[in-house]
Write a protein that binds this ligand. Structure first.
Ligand SMILES: Cc1ncc(COP(=O)(O)O)c(C=O)c1O
Length: 348
C-alpha cells in the first residue's frame, strides 16, 4: 500500500520552482480557450491550453523549458549551444531562437535529410534563425560522438560549447515547466467554474512527467486523468521513464513526491507507421479543429494527440459531459512540411 503522500499548495509549488535559475521570455500564462462548437459536436466540454502561444519563434511547449535550459547553459559559461534532434524538431527551432535572444550561437545536428523540394517548416526557420546545421544519420551514441567532435573543434576555435542533450536540466526543465502549466490550467478552469477530469497531451515523456508530478504534489491523483499520447514507437517502459523524470524534477525543487509507473497513463495506439509519418486520424483531427474552432494542429505531434482524445470521446472512455483539457503543445510550422498531403482533397 502507498504511504500517505505529502501534498502542497500551488503557491508553495511555485515558490519551490522559483528557486531554480531561469531566464524569462515566455508569454505566460498562456490562454485556456473554450471550444464551444467542437464541444457541442463531441458532447463534452473541451478546452485547449494554448501552449502553442508561448511566444518565441511561433511558440510551442519548448519556450517554457528553455527558460531553465538556457539559464543552465549561461551559468556554465556557454557561448554556443550544440543540440542533436530530428530534422522536423520544434525544439531545434525554439532553442535557436532563445539562443539568439541571449546572444548565443547554435549548432544543430539534425537526424534526417534535407528535403528534396528545399527547406520548409522547422528546418527553414532553423536556417532563417542562423543555426549552423549538420544533417546526420545514426543512433544516439553516434550522434553524441559527432556532437562531441564538433564541440572539440569549437573549443579549439576559442568558443565555449554547451551540449544541450547531455545537460542535467534537459528533462527536468520540461517537467518543471509543465508543473507550472498545470497550475495555470487549474486556476483558469476554476475561474471558468469548471475543473478538469481528463487532461490529454502529446508526449515525448518530459512534459507529461510534469503534469503527473504537479497532480501528485497537489494531492489530486484521484481527481483527473493525465494521458500522454506517444508519437514515436514507445520504449518498452515509457511509464517508468515518465515516473523517473517526475521524481528527478521533484528532487530538483526539494519537494517530496510519490510518483510511480502506476500514475502514468500512456496511449501508444496513435503513432501509426512511426515518428513524423502522418496518420489518417491525425490529419482528420487537424481538419476538424481548423473547421470548428479555427485552430491549427500539426501532423507530427498535436494532430496525433488530438486523434487519441477524439477516439476516447467517441468510444465513451471520456464520458459525455466531461470537462476535458487538451494541451496544445505547438508544432504548427510542420504544417508547411506536409503541404502536399494537407492540400489533397479529403476522400469521403
Ligand atoms: C509540438 C510538440 N508536442 C509535444 C512534444 C513532446 O514534448 P516532451 O518531450 O516535453 O514530452 C514536442 C517535442 O518533442 C513537440 O514539439
Amino acid at each position: 500500500m502507498r504511504r500517505v503522500a505529502r501534498t502542497y499548495g500551488p503557491e508553495e509549488i511555485r515558490r519551490a520552482i522559483g528557486q531554480v535559475p531561469r531566464r524569462r521570455f515566455a508569454f505566460l500564462p498562456t490562454p485556456l480557450e473554450a471550444c464551444p462548437r467542437l464541444s457541442e459536436q463531441l458532447g463534452v466540454r473541451l478546452w485547449l491550453k494554448r501552449d502553442d502561444q508561448t511566444g518565441l519563434a511561433f511558440g510551442g511547449n519548448k519556450t517554457r523549458n528553455l527558460e531553465f535550459r538556457l539559464a543552465e547553459a549561461l551559468a556554465a559559461g556557454a557561448d554556443t549551444l550544440v543540440f542533436g534532434v530530428e530534422v522536423t524538431s520544434n525544439s531545434a527551432r525554439q532553442t535557436t531562437a532563445a539562443a539568439n535572444k541571449l546572444g548565443l550561437r547554435t549548432v544543430l545536428f539534425l537526424r534526417g535529410d534535407p528535403p528534396a523540394g528545399g527547406p520548409q517548416g522547422n528546418l527553414l526557420l532553423d536556417l532563417l534563425l542562423g543555426a549552423e546545421v549538420h544533417f546526420f544519420h545514426g543512433d544516439d551514441a553516434e550522434m553524441a560522438r559527432a556532437m562531441a567532435a564538433r564541440a572539440d573543434e569549437l573549443r579549439r576555435e576559442g568558443r565555449r560549447p554547451f551540449d544541450i542533450n547531455a545537460a542535467p536540466m534537459f528533462a527536468v526543465a520540461s517537467s518543471l515547466a509543465y508543473v507550472e502549466s498545470l497550475l495555470e490550467t487549474r486556476e483558469q478552469m476554476q475561474a471558468a467554474g469548471a475543473f478538469p477530469q481528463h487532461v490529454y497531451m502529446t508526449s515525448g515523456s518530459k512534459g507529461q512527467a510534469g503534469l503527473v508530478l504537479g497532480r501528485a504534489l497537489l494531492g489530486e491523483r484521484d481527481r483527473y486523468r493525465v494521458v500522454g499520447v506517444a508519437v514515436s514507437k514507445p520504449d518498452e517502459d515509457r511509464r517508468s521513464a515518465v515516473a523517473a523524470i517526475a521524481q528527478a524534477a521533484a528532487a530538483r525543487i526539494g519537494l517530496e513526491a510519490q510518483v510511480g509507473p502506476e500514475d502514468v497513463e500512456s496511449e501508444r495506439g496513435f503513432v501509426g507507421a512511426g515518428y513524423g509519418v502522418p496518420t489518417p486520424e491525425g490529419m482528420a483531427a487537424i481538419r476538424l479543429l481548423a473547421a470548428t474552432e479555427g485552430v491549427f494542429l500539426d501532423p507530427v505531434y498535436t494532430g496525433k494527440g488530438m486523434a487519441a482524445l477524439l477516439a476516447d470521446v467517441r468510444s465513451g472512455r471520456v464520458a459525455p459531459g466531461s470537462d476535458v483539457v487538451f494541451v496544445h503543445t505547438g508544432g504548427t510550422p510542420a504544417l508547411f512540411s506536409f503541404a502536399a498531403q494537407l492540400a489533397a482533397p479529403v476522400s469521403q
